[in-house]
Every structure is written in structure tokens, then in C-alpha cells.
Design a protein around this ligand. Structure first.
Ligand SMILES: *[C@@H]1O[C@H](CO)[C@@H](O)[C@H](O)[C@H]1NC(C)=O
Ligand SMILES: *[C@@H]1O[C@H](CO)[C@@H](O)[C@H](O)[C@H]1NC(C)=O
Length: 307
């Protein structure tokens, strides 16, 4: 029994020794390393993607860089030249780094450094780096209702589509920033608003007289920020606006109906249509003349189908 256990232990020890030997990096193989596997850059600034060669014995290894965007690879360094998307915009730096002089948002992708060393035992290694280019927000589109009634609900909206990563939104009322949560601020404790920093919505459950004023919104991410110009929101005590609009609308409808009835009474409404009917044939007949005389009868026959 004891002998059996010892045999198993010896076997396990042997196995462990064997597998660890297999994992010791051979000094005869090419091994790559990078400073950052996930790289953030600001748009229009330079960035260097590092591809460091830890060990190699081949003198002139073959170095290639590929850009992988939406799963589609393309060469950006091939046959000792910068190529494709990065042509004239980057250079290779010792040992195998790639320096992009002026990044753009379209550089956001994965990049793969591949080194082939034919004289090495382990003759190939690659390393994948993902590059994300931050983009400053542009001026957001803000929508602020011009007039609302006290006690009703309303929503102000803000949207910015260029910024990357997607910006966070803040709202300002008469040049003062609205705290994210009014309940935590004695000055705004009676206000019913809520801000969604991700979507840009500023919602009022019940508008108060004090909520009137100028509003603007700011879109901000790590690359920068931008805001729209202030827009005024008026708050009415009663639904003056609604009443005005409704009575104005009703007036317009009554006027139109009266005018139409009067018109029908004087000229008739259905007589005119039958008067127009022969006109439908005119364009076809004009065309028939253009087509010459040979097929006139035939064409007329056809045109009756068209009509
Ligand atoms: C980077 O590129 C942008 C547009 O492509 C250009 O406006 C800007 O001047 C460039 N910046 C540098 C430092 O070359
Ligand atoms: C909020 O409402 C309470 C009760 O109506 C009032 O006493 C208080 O002054 C109000 N606070 C502000 C900042 O308007």
C-alpha cells in the first residue's frame, strides 16, 4: 500500500517537473511584449503602440502589423513599409513599435504585431493591442420647450453624437449647474426635476414658476466638452397658451369650412372634375405625334392601355 502511494507521488512529481520544463521560455524563441494592451489616445495627437522583442536570435526578423477592424484584417506595416490606412501617417520605431503621428477616430481598432524569426526554434510570435481614440464632443443639440404651464410635466433634451466615449450630460439653469439630484441641495429641494446624465434628458414632473429661465446643456467626456447656447423656457400660471392656440385653431377651421361651403355654393364642387376628364388624353396624343406616322394607330392602341 505505502509503496503504491510512493509510486503515485513519484509519478505526479515527474509530471509536474515535465510540464514546468515545457513552459520555461526557450532562449532560442522569439517572444514579444507590450507596455499596454489597451491604449487610449486623443484624436489629433500622436500615439505609439509598443511591440517589444524580449528575446530573439534571428538577425533580420520579419515584422508585420495588421489592423483589425470589425473582424477584417488589413496590413498597416508590410514588406518594411507603412501601408494602407496608416500610409504617410506613421513610422516604425525600434524594435517594432508603430508611431502614429496624428490619430483620427477611424484609427480605433485592434492592431496585431507579428514577428517571424526563421532562425529561432520558436519562430513566430504575435501580440494584440486595442487602440481607442477619444473624440471631443461637438456642440450638442438641445431642445427646450418655449412655454409650459405650471404643474404640468415636461422634458428638455440634449444630444451629442460625435464624442467618444459617449459623453455625460449636465444641465444649467440661468448659468447655474443643476445638481444631479435636487433632493440633496437645499436650493433645489422643492424642484421636481431629474437628470439622466447618460441620455441627456432633464425631466420635470411638475413645473414650477421658479423653473422658468434660460437652460443649456453641456456634453463632456475625457477628451473635452461642448455646450449648446442657452434657450428660454417660459412658465405660465394657467394654460393661456393652450387656450389661445385652441381658439386660434378652431377659428381657422371654421373660416376654411365657411369658405369651402361658399365656394361650392357658387361654383359647384363636382362639376369641375368631369370638365377636366378629356384633358387626361392630351399628353399621350402629343407623344404620338413625336413618334412619327408609321405606328400611329398601333401606338394609340397601346396608349389606351397605359391610360
Ligand atoms: C491632425 O490632423 C487634423 C485633420 O486631419 C489637422 O487639422 C491637424 O492640424 C493635424 N495635427 C497635427 C499636429 O498635424
Ligand atoms: C420649499 O418648500 C417649503 C414648503 O413649502 C418652503 O418652506 C421652503 O422655503 C421651500 N424652499 C425653497 C428653497 O424654495
Amino acid at each position: 500500500m505505502i509503496r503504491c502511494k510512493m509510486a503515485i507521488a513519484r509519478l505526479v512529481a515527474c509530471f509536474i517537473l515535465y510540464s514546468s520544463l515545457g513552459h520555461i521560455p526557450s532562449s532560442l524563441g522569439v517572444i514579444l511584449r507590450t507596455m499596454d494592451k489597451i491604449v487610449w489616445a486623443n484624436e489629433f495627437e500622436p500615439i505609439e503602440l509598443t511591440c517589444l522583442i524580449e528575446s530573439i536570435s534571428t538577425n533580420n526578423p520579419r515584422i508585420e502589423w495588421k489592423k483589425i477592424k470589425h473582424g477584417v484584417p488589413s496590413y498597416v506595416y508590410f514588406q518594411n513599409r507603412i501601408a494602407g490606412d496608416l500610409e504617410h501617417r506613421a513610422q516604425l520605431r525600434e524594435p517594432a513599435n508603430i508611431l502614429i503621428y496624428n490619430t483620427t477616430r477611424s484609427d480605433t481598432a485592434e492592431y496585431r504585431c507579428e514577428v517571424a524569426a526563421i532562425d529561432d526554434q520558436r519562430d513566430f510570435d504575435e501580440i494584440l493591442i486595442s487602440l481607442a481614440v477619444r473624440v471631443k464632443p461637438v456642440v450638442p443639440r438641445c431642445s427646450v420647450p418655449e412655454a409650459v404651464t405650471v404643474g404640468t410635466s415636461t422634458e428638455l433634451r440634449c444630444l451629442e453624437n460625435e464624442g467618444f466615449p459617449a459623453p455625460q450630460y449636465r444641465w444649467f439653469h440661468n448659468s447655474e449647474e443643476l445638481p444631479q439630484d435636487p433632493k440633496n441641495n437645499p436650493k433645489f429641494v422643492n424642484s421636481s426635476y431629474s437628470i439622466n446624465a447618460d441620455t441627456g434628458g432633464l425631466k420635470f414632473r411638475r413645473v414650477r414658476k421658479e423653473d422658468a429661465g434660460e437652460y443649456y446643456c453641456l456634453a463632456k467626456n475625457d477628451a473635452g466638452h461642448a455646450h449648446c447656447s442657452p434657450q428660454n423656457m417660459e412658465v405660465y400660471d394657467v394654460d393661456v397658451l393652450g387656450i389661445t392656440l385652441k381658439s386660434f385653431g378652431a377659428g381657422v377651421i371654421i373660416f376654411c369650412l365657411t369658405a369651402w361651403t361658399y365656394h361650392c355654393f357658387r361654383h359647384g364642387c363636382f362639376h369641375k372634375k368631369s370638365h377636366n376628364e378629356p384633358d387626361y388624353n392630351w399628353p399621350a396624343q402629343t407623344n404620338a405625334v413625336d413618334y412619327g406616322d408609321a405606328d400611329e394607330g398601333h401606338f394609340r392602341h397601346k396608349s389606351s392601355f397605359i391610360i
